[in-house]
Design a protein. Structure first.
Length: 277
């Protein structure tokens, strides 16, 4: 019985991608080509693998390729990021290892999503809790101080440096929860040099942080309730949720929704008091 595409999805995908390549754009002549795309030998050469073994892969006889070989096949076939992920899923039943992205740029589309939350502070931060950008409500909630330029500041540093936070009921419990959440997320992301810089800065400047950091506590904190103290308006309580930003594992979208109508009115009051940039 002949093998079908359902029996060999990896081979079918490789063959399909190979036949869709443009030989001319890749520097190959069009003469004497009986089928579209590249020949198996040409793909094998581009991927630095044996032509015989590549043929076996398309025929479903090559065994399970390693991650390194799959990466070479992806380059040889000029696969897009989505196609490369699909290749790994077919060959190893798992996506490829995520490559750490250093970019913290926010797309215009994502900025428009933030701006759509008119009365709810919404912002994008890194896994090290550096705020990258926010909407008008977020800028009103976090008025820039001497340690920040525009919306950019570190949430953990701001929490411990802002004296208003000390008025939060059960401040120490809140502080321990904040530090534990930061430790959990930064460790999961590989505890980057930037995360270490934040810890070093607070260790030197804040004895309270130094004591709490030594507890080594970890917690999940994707959603919950937070109260911000404001000297002019009093406490403002929010329900918050945190979302991953698709395509960039370093970024998180955070939305603070006012818990009551009174809290929402206080946010609007803050926005009216804030002078537009």
């Amino acid at each position: 019985m002949a093998m079908t595409q359902n029996d060999n999805p990896l081979g079918a995908f490789l063959k399909d991608r190979r036949t869709k390549l443009d030989p001319v754009s890749l520097g190959y002549p069009l003469s004497r080509r009986r089928t579209p795309g590249l020949r198996r030998e040409e793909v094998a050469l581009r991927a630095n693998v044996s032509a015989t073994w590549y043929t076996w892969l398309e025929q479903g006889r090559g065994g399970a390729p390693s991650a390194d070989v799959l990466d070479r096949l992806a380059r040889g076939l000029s696969l897009s990021a989505v196609e490369r992920e699909h290749l790994f899923l077919l060959a190893q039943n798992r996506p490829p290892e995520v490559k750490h992205q250093e970019s913290t740029e926010v797309t215009p589309q994502l900025q428009r999503v933030l701006d759509a939350f008119e009365s709810s502070p919404a912002f994008v931060r890194t896994v090290e809790w550096d705020v990258v950008t926010g909407n008008r409500a977020a800028l009103a909630l976090w008025t820039p101080d001497a340690s920040a330029t525009g919306p950019r500041f570190n949430i953990l540093e701001r929490f411990f440096s802002n004296p208003e936070n000390r008025a939060i009921p059960q401040w120490e419990d809140v502080a321990r929860g904040v530090v534990a959440a930061f430790r959990t997320e930064s460790a999961r992301a590989g505890f980057t040099q930037r995360a270490q810089e934040v810890v070093d800065t607070l260790t030197l400047s804040c004895p309270d942080f130094q004591d709490i950091w030594q507890d080594h506590a970890v917690i999940e904190s994707h959603e919950g309730v937070k109260t911000f103290e404001n000297t002019a308006l009093g406490p403002i309580t929010f329900e918050y949720s945190t979302f991953a930003v698709d395509g960039n594992p370093r970024l998180r979208l955070v939305v603070f929704n006012p818990a009551t109508a009174e809290d929402k009115a206080r946010v609007r009051d803050l926005m009216e008091r804030r002078i537009e940039p």
